[in-house]
Write a protein that binds this ligand. Structure first.
Ligand code: DX5
Ligand code: ZN
Length: 224
């Protein structure tokens, strides 16, 4: 599966968000990661569907990877489907019916993702994988950018990859939180194929160099 690099705009300069998105796209980003926080499911507040709608108007062909950290989640699934999200991921803790929420995403025409928090066992999401196109492993606790990578996540990715290989359909394995040029190679070797990076891209002067350095690490890891 092609490796995808997904800069998280949570770490962008919001006073010039469109320019920031253009610059990471020009620098080689594959998808834009869009963190939605509600100060309820997570202790932080970010942005909602109107921001996606604006960005989609300016960048209609760009895939947006929407990570919903909101409770209740169902109404926001509908709003982000309408806003043009390509991927929508949900946390199983954010709804009474995560399996149904994944179907709702797929039926709406987007790829459905299920998220595993650092404190959640992979076993929790096993019954949902049949309805998922994406498994997102959190390598920090959700809510804030710029946190330290939880190193046990690498082992979790390795275990998840084994599970996904047994499935009859293809499921992407995404990693989110504290991803840097130093750990991206190990994550790819463990089986991750989609890499969210906020501060390790937007925190750098040169986005081109930051993404090129990550791609170089990925290229030296394996042949996906
Ligand atoms: C955390 C978010 C992440 C975050 C990543 O709740 O889901 O996507 O923006 O930021 P970094 O790469 O700085 O850890
Ligand atoms: Zn995220």
């Amino acid at each position: 599966m092609k490796y995808l690099i997904a800069p998280s705009i949570l770490a962008a300069d919001f006073s010039c968000l469109g320019t920031e998105v253009k610059q990471v796209l020009d620098a080689g980003a594959d998808v834009i990661h869009f963190d939605v926080m509600d100060n309820h499911y997570v202790p932080n507040l970010s942005f909602g569907p109107v921001v996606l709608e604006s960005l989609k108007r300016r960048f209609p062909d760009v895939p947006f990877d929407v990570h919903l950290m909101v409770k209740p989640v169902e109404g926001m699934i509908d709003a982000f489907l309408a806003g043009g999200a390509s991927y929508i991921s949900i946390h199983p803790e954010s709804t009474e019916h995560p399996h149904a929420a994944l179907s709702r995403i797929r039926n709406g025409g987007a790829k459905a993702g299920i998220v595993v928090n650092p404190g959640t066992s992979l076993d929790v999401v096993l019954p949902m994988l049949e309805e998922a196109d994406l498994l997102l492993i959190m390598s920090v606790n959700p809510g804030f950018g710029g946190q330290k990578f939880i190193s046990s996540s690498i082992e979790k990715v390795r275990t998840a990859k084994i599970v996904l290989q047994e499935l009859e359909h293809e499921v992407r394995l995404e990693i989110d939180g504290g991803v840097t040029v130093e750990n991206i190679g190990a994550l790819a070797a463990a089986g991750a194929d989609m890499f969210v990076a906020g501060s390790s891209i937007f925190g750098k002067e040169d986005y081109c160099q930051a993404i090129a350095d990550m791609r170089a690490e990925l290229a030296s890891t394996s042949g996906a």
